[in-house]
Design a protein around this ligand. Structure first.
Ligand code: SAM
Length: 338
C-alpha cells in the first residue's frame, strides 16, 4: 500500500510568483544574480531532491520572491530559515510567514549569506554525532551565480572543521549551480571537467548531480543552464589533512591542466628545488609523473597530499611558499647603476 506523506501544509490562496514580482515591482537585479524560477513543477523537483524534509529545519539561501519557499513550507518542515540579501523581498516573505503562522515557524534574516552564521538559528535539540545519519537539517538554495562557488568552497572548509551547520552533524545540501560548475563538482577521474573543485567537493562530500534546469525556466533567462546538486558530508574525508593544505596541493597540480601533473606540482616549491622536490613527492606517492591532472583519482590525490605533508614536516619553511605571491624585486645596486 502506498504511504502518503503524514503532513502537508496547505497555504491559503496567495498571488502567483509572477503577480508578486509585478505587484511589488521586483525588477531582477543583475548584480545580485537574480533569476527567478517560475515553473512550479521544477520548483517542487528541487525540493523533492532534498528528500523528506518533514519536521526538519530548512535553511534557504536567497529565497527571493519565495517560489521555492512555498514548496518547502508545503512539505511541513519544523522551521524555515530564510537568508535574503535584497530587502525588497522581505515584505513578500513576511506575507508567506503570515500565511503559515501556527503551522511552520519562519525566520526571515535580511543579510548576506557570506556573513551570516546559520548555526545561530538552528535549535540545539537537532544536534547529532558526526557518524550518525545526517541531522534533520537541510540547506537548500537556488544560489546566486555570483556567490555559489565562493560559498561552496567556504562551506567545504566549514565541513572539514565541523563548524557552523556542520557542528550539528553531517548536514545535507541541495543547491543549484551554473551547469558547468555542477559538472565540475561531480566530475570523476578522466572527465573533461575534472578540476580542483571536483577533488575538493568529493574529498569532503558525496556529490550527487541530480538534474538540469534549462535557462528558459527562469525570469530573466540566464545565459546558461543550471544543474541541481546534492551534497552529503562523508563520515571520513578521503584526504584527512587540513583544508588549506589539500586546497593548495589541488590548486597547484591543476594549475597546468594540459601538462603532465608533475609540472603543476613543481610550483608547490621554490624554483631552486622545484624539480627535485616534486619528483620526491611523486616517488613517495607512487604516482607516475607523466599522469595528467584529470587522470589522478581521489585516492591518488590522497597519497600526493600525504607525501607533501611529510615533506613539510621535514622542511617546515616550505609550507609558506606561495607560487602566486608577487615576486620580490631584486635589490638595486645604487652605486653600480646609472
Ligand atoms: N529563490 C529564488 C528563485 O529560485 O526564484 C531566487 C533565486 S535568485 C537566483 C538568487 C537570490 O539570492 C536572489 O533573491 C538574490 O537577491 C539572493 N542573493 C544574492 N546574493 C546573496 C547573498 N550574498 N546572500 C543572500 N542572498 C543573496
Amino acid at each position: 500500500m502506498a504511504t502518503s506523506r503524514a503532513l502537508q501544509v496547505r497555504l491559503p490562496p496567495l498571488p502567483s510568483i509572477k503577480d508578486i514580482i509585478r505587484l511589488y515591482k521586483l525588477r531582477a537585479l543583475r548584480e545580485l544574480s537574480q533569476n527567478f524560477l517560475m515553473e512550479p513543477r521544477l520548483i517542487d523537483k528541487i525540493v523533492r531532491a532534498a528528500g523528506n524534509i518533514e519536521n526538519n529545519i530548512v535553511c534557504e539561501v536567497g529565497p527571493g520572491p519565495g517560489g521555492i519557499t512555498r514548496s518547502i513550507i508545503q512539505q511541513a518542515p519544523r522551521k524555515v530559515i530564510l537568508i535574503e540579501k535584497d530587502r525588497r523581498f522581505i515584505p513578500t516573505l513576511e506575507l508567506l510567514a503570515d500565511a503559515c503562522r501556527g503551522k511552520v515557524d519562519v525566520d526571515i534574516i535580511p543579510g548576506d549569506i557570506l556573513k551570516t552564521n546559520i548555526a545561530h538559528y538552528i535549535p540545539e535539540d537537532v544536534k547529532c554525532e558526526w557518524n550518525d545519519p545526517p541531522p534533520p537539517i537541510n540547506l537548500i538554495g537556488n544560489l546566486p551565480f555570483s556567490v555559489s562557488t565562493i560559498l561552496i568552497i567556504r562551506w567545504l572548509e566549514m565541513i572539514s572543521k565541523k563548524e557552523g551547520p556542520w557542528a550539528f552533524g553531517r548536514t545535507r545540501m541541495t543547491l543549484t549551480f551554473q551547469k558547468e560548475v555542477a559538472e565540475r563538482m561531480a566530475a570523476r577521474i578522466t572527465d573533461n571537467q575534472r578540476c580542483r573543485l571536483s577533488v575538493m567537493c568529493q574529498n569532503w562530500c558525496n556529490v550527487n548531480y541530480k538534474f538540469n534546469i534549462p535557462g528558459k525556466a527562469f525570469l530573466p533567462k540566464p545565459e546558461v543552464d543550471v544543474g541541481v546538486v546534492t551534497l552529503t558530508p562523508l563520515k571520513q574525508p578521503i584526504i584527512n589533512l587540513p583544508f588549506k593544505m589539500v586546497e593548495k596541493v589541488a590548486r597547484q597540480i591543476f594549475s597546468m591542466r594540459q601538462k603532465y601533473s608533475i609540472r603543476g606540482c613543481q610550483t608547490l616549491f621554490p624554483e631552486e628545488i622545484r624539480e627535485e622536490m616534486a619528483l620526491k613527492m611523486y616517488k613517495m606517492a607512487e604516482i607516475d609523473p607523466v599522469t595528467r591532472p584529470f587522470q589522478i583519482a581521489n585516492g591518488e590525490f590522497n597519497r600526493l597530499c600525504e607525501a607533501y605533508n611529510e615533506i613539510i614536516k621535514q622542511y617546515p619553511e616550505l609550507e609558506k611558499y606561495d607560487y602566486r605571491a608577487p615576486k620580490k624585486k631584486p635589490d638595486v645596486n645604487v652605486e653600480g647603476s646609472n
